[in-house]
Write a protein that binds this ligand. Structure first.
Ligand SMILES: [Zn+2]
Length: 262
């Protein structure tokens, strides 16, 4: 292929350097160079930052021109990113604050009953006043409540789902599993361990069931290939719709963020 003929002002501009940040019309682009690359390429990262991949020795002016030509594409990608950005809310530990458990909303009631730090009774989530006064402790005790209640609830669901899917019943734990809702780890013989995120118990029961069934399917098939989905589909025919619902609601779950007290 013949070398493209560049206008002289482009030919004279300095080459881009790996790791450099190129600013174009108020936007920053992280430069990643590669000697295997012939053309320029743009990526909008998950966090909305922009990466410009360029051949080694590519002139800055050529990159700027490319970025300007790609503006409509970048705008549309950023818009989409914004729409899908997680919007996990923050909460305060005050009377009337709402918390969800298995899809239902419960108001927080600060009490002075000298009982458990957190408990659900008479349609209210009751938290000890002393606990509520210390946000870090209140968070810890509330997460512990979700963990304990969620574990108890999921133990009752596991056996019927495992029977329905004809898979062995794993040990189940509830904890913070980071940016996933559940994990499955194979163990000795047929007995693996399923971990569920404490935050999933805010979801409606049919979505927690989806998370449980999703992980149960991993006892037979690891990864998410066609074999995996056909197994899950036999248990939950509408699994694609559930996954979408989970993706949508999951972005808005409370993950333990506490508002700054003033
Ligand atoms: Zn999976």
């Amino acid at each position: 292929m013949p070398e493209p003929v560049l206008p002289s002002d482009i030919a004279d501009s300095p080459p881009l350097a790996e790791g450099q940040v190129l600013a174009v019309d108020g936007r920053d682009f992280l430069i990643v160079t590669s000697d295997r690359r012939k053309r320029l390429g743009l990526t909008v990262e998950r966090d909305g930052t922009l990466t410009l991949r360029a051949p080694v020795g590519c002139e800055a002016a050529r990159a700027e021109q490319f970025v300007r030509q790609s503006r409509a594409w970048i705008d549309s990608k950023l818009l989409l990113r914004g729409r899908h950005r997680p919007a996990h809310p923050t909460r305060e530990f005050r009377d009337g604050e709402s918390f969800r458990y298995l899809g239902r909303e419960y108001r927080l009631l600060l009490v002075d009953e000298g009982r458990a730090p957190v408990r659900l009774a008479a349609g209210r989530l009751r938290m000890d006043k002393v606990v509520a006064a210390e946000p870090a402790r209140a968070r810890r005790d509330l997460v512990a409540w979700y963990t304990k209640s969620g574990l108890r609830w999921s133990r009752g669901r596991l056996q019927p789902w495992a029977a329905r899917m004809e898979v062995p019943e794993p040990t189940v734990t509830v904890r913070d599993v980071g940016n996933r809702w559940g994990t499955y780890r194979p163990g000795e013989g047929d007995h693996g361990t399923m971990a569920l995120h404490w935050a999933v118990f805010q979801l409606p029961a049919h979505l927690v069931d989806y998370v449980i069934a999703h992980e149960l399917a991993h006892t037979r098939v690891s990864g998410h290939g066609p074999g995996y989905w056909s197994l899950l589909k036999r248990a939950i025919p509408e699994c694609e719709a559930r996954k979408e619902e989970l993706d949508d609601l999951g972005r808005r779950l409370w993950l333990g963020q506490v508002s700054q007290q003033v």
